[in-house]
Each structure stands twice: as C-alpha cells, then as structure tokens.
Design a protein around this ligand. Structure first.
Ligand code: IPM
Ligand code: MN
Length: 356
C-alpha cells in the first residue's frame, strides 16, 4: 500500500529523532512491501525563524493532504519571549484544531525491562502499571474565551465544554477500554466546577446507554494526581479534560522514569492522526547525539496501528524496541544510575533497525 506521511520535525531534538523514526519506517515499508511517501513541513520556532509564523498555511495544507502526520517537538528558550500568538506552541494547538484532532491518547506504562527506572517505591514499581490517558484536546480552557480588562491588570480564561465535545471524547475512551482491561476512570472537579458536573453527567449517560459492559468510576483531579504516585496500577483508562489531561499525563509519564520511551496519538473523526513523542524539544541536548529516538519510533508505530491499520508492522517495530531494551541497550536518559556507558541516539536507532 502507498501512504503519504507528513513529517513535522520542529525544534530542538525534533529533527534528529524524526530522521531516526523515518529510517525505521522506511525499513519497515521495505520489509512489508509498502510505499511510504514523506514530505517535510516547518512548524514551531524554526517556522517562526523562516516564515515569521509558527504554523505556515503550507504546513496545514500539507498535513491535510497527507494520510497522517508525525511530529517531533516544538519550542525552546529562543522563542520564549514571543507574544502569545507567535509562540511555537501555537503550531501544536493550531494543528490540533485544523486537523480536528479532539482526542489525545497518552499511554504511560512501565516496560518490564525498565522497572528500575520507575521513581515509585520498589514494591509498587514491581507491580508495574499501564495507563492510557484519553485527554480531550480541542476544547476547555485551552480554547475558551480569554482576555484582559482595559487596564491590563486583570485577566481571564474560560473553561467551557459542550456535551457533544465531552461525549465524542468519552466514546473513544470506552472503545479503547474495551480493548484493554475494561475500566474507565473519569477525572474531573465536579465538587467545584459546573463544566465538570456536565462532564460527569455526560460520561455517565453515554456509559449507561452504550457501554454498560465497561466499569466506570469517577475521581476528582486532585485525588487522581495522588493516586498516580500512590499506586498507579489502579488505573486502566483515564478520560479527562484538556487541561487536567495535560497535567496528569506529564505526571504519569514522569513516574515511569523513562519519558524518552513514551509516544502519543491525537485523533479525530478521520483516520488521519498526529503522532508525537511526549518528551518535548529538549533544547539542552539538541545536537549532542544524546536524544533517545525510541519515543519517536514508537509514535511512528502507533501511526501504523491507528491510522493505517497496519497492526503486524506496528508489532514489528514495538517488538524490535523491546528486544533491544531487553538485551540491555540503553541511551543516557534510561541508563542505570551511575552507568558510564550508553548508546548515542543514532546507535540506538541502528540497534532497532537491526531487529526489523
Ligand atoms: C502538550 C504540550 C502542549 C499542551 C503545549 C506545547 C501547547 O504541553 O502537548 O502536552 O499543553 O497541550
Ligand atoms: Mn503538556
């Protein structure tokens, strides 16, 4: 099969890890007889430098014309002083909105070979965990009305949700739970926020009418934040709002201790998705060769699985990564404390290529 893949390398370590992921995709295509056609587009700080805007129209059009999008990361200290509308982050927010990607899947799990990296008590790390955070991505306070008063010394942002937005995201959570352990935890702050009360009501209505076979429970976001560090094995699927999902997914990923391994997917109504590692642009290590390409490579695998329905090909990439990790190969970010030797990012990529 032929697939058009838009690559958006972005800033910092983005270009390095996307180049590595592309090589892995190319080798996979060769092995399984597919034709992946790649086009590269600018976004983020590098687009600001080149085009004076974080998300050029050409990038939006190119992504819309592709079968799926693989993104590196955007942002860096160089552009921190830019005004709100010209920040690199606008590129990500704009792509989510333009591509209609309203659900963000953020897995946080401990690879058996990396239990030692988990920052929790050893007995809890030993139990392991595998959480899928289903974050609403195009609504809530991120896209609500915001502004300042005339004198500029008072500001507001609005958390607003429609039942429609809550429901379409929750449906994805229930569908995913059916393919996992069948347990959804809806996370909100309904003891305080009206939008959270609508959230809870809507999730329960959908559960009763279409997903009674899935176990559903509710948790306030502050309690969920505690539960993630107390015993994350409680969770299977978490469904939550844009802002809460942003925070909880970073917390959960950090608890694994191996954030360089975690991929994510943003999905909408069409098969086209946006896939990206969750670790960000890490400008401090850009160009040093230290960047771990695994999260980008696993993002590419997620793309094959969710956007192209190429499960066997995705398994092949994931198994290659597992084999390399189980053989003990490590990049610096996941090396044992005190270790003196590790692979560079591109050596890690070569090890993975050898297994495909
Ligand atoms: C993320 C990032 C983005 C977000 C930023 C870059 C806008 O933190 O993908 O989690 O807050 O959604
Ligand atoms: Mn975030």
């Amino acid at each position: 099969m032929t697939y058009k893949i838009a690559l958006v390398p972005g800033d910092g370590i983005g270009p390095e890890i996307i180049a590595d992921a592309r090589e892995v995709l190319e080798k996979t295509a060769e092995k399984f007889g597919h034709d992946f056609k790649f086009s590269e587009y600018d976004a983020g700080g590098s687009a600001i430098d080149k085009h004076r805007m974080p998300l050029p129209q050409e990038t939006i059009d190119g992504c819309l014309a592709s079968d799926s999008v693989l993104l590196g990361a955007v942002g860096g200290p160089k552009w921190d002083g830019m005004p709100g509308d010209l920040r690199p982050e606008k590129a990500i927010l704009g792509l989510r909105k333009e591509l209609g990607l309203y659900t963000n899947l953020r897995p946080a799990k401990i690879q058996p070979a990396l239990k030692d990296a988990c920052i929790l008590r050893p007995d809890i790390a030993e139990r392991g965990f595998d959480i899928m955070i289903v974050r609403e991505l195009t609504g809530g306070i991120y896209f609500g009305e915001r502004g300042r008063n005339e004198t500029g010394d008072s500001a507001y942002d609005t958390e607003r949700y429609s039942a429609y937005e809550i429901e379409r995201n929750a449906r994805n959570a229930f569908e995913i739970a059916r393919k996992r352990k069948g347990h959804v935890t809806s996370v909100e702050k309904s003891n305080v926020l009206e939008s959270s009360r609508l959230w809870k009501e809507t999730v329960h209505k959908l559960h009763e009418s279409e997903y009674p076979d899935v176990t559903l429970d509710d948790m306030y976001v502050d309690n969920a934040a505690m539960q993630i560090v107390r015993d994350p094995s409680f969770f299977d699927v978490i469904v939550t709002s844009n802002m809460f999902g942003d925070i909880l997914s970073d917390e959960a990923s950090q608890v694994t201790g191996s954030i360089g391994l975690l991929a994510s997917a943003s999905l909408g109504d069409s098969k086209r998705g946006l896939y990206e590692p969750i670790h960000g642009s890490a400008p401090d290590i850009a160009g040093t060769g230290l960047a771990n390409p695994i999260a980008a490579i696993l993002s590419a695998a997620m793309m094959l699985r969710y956007s192209f329905d190429l499960a066997e090909e995705a398994d092949c990439i994931e198994n290659a990564v597992n084999t390399v990790l189980e053989a003990g190969w490590r990049t610096k970010d996941i090396a044992a404390p005190g270790a003196e030797e590790w692979l560079t990012g591109s050596e890690m990529k070569e090890k993975i290529l050898d297994e495909i």
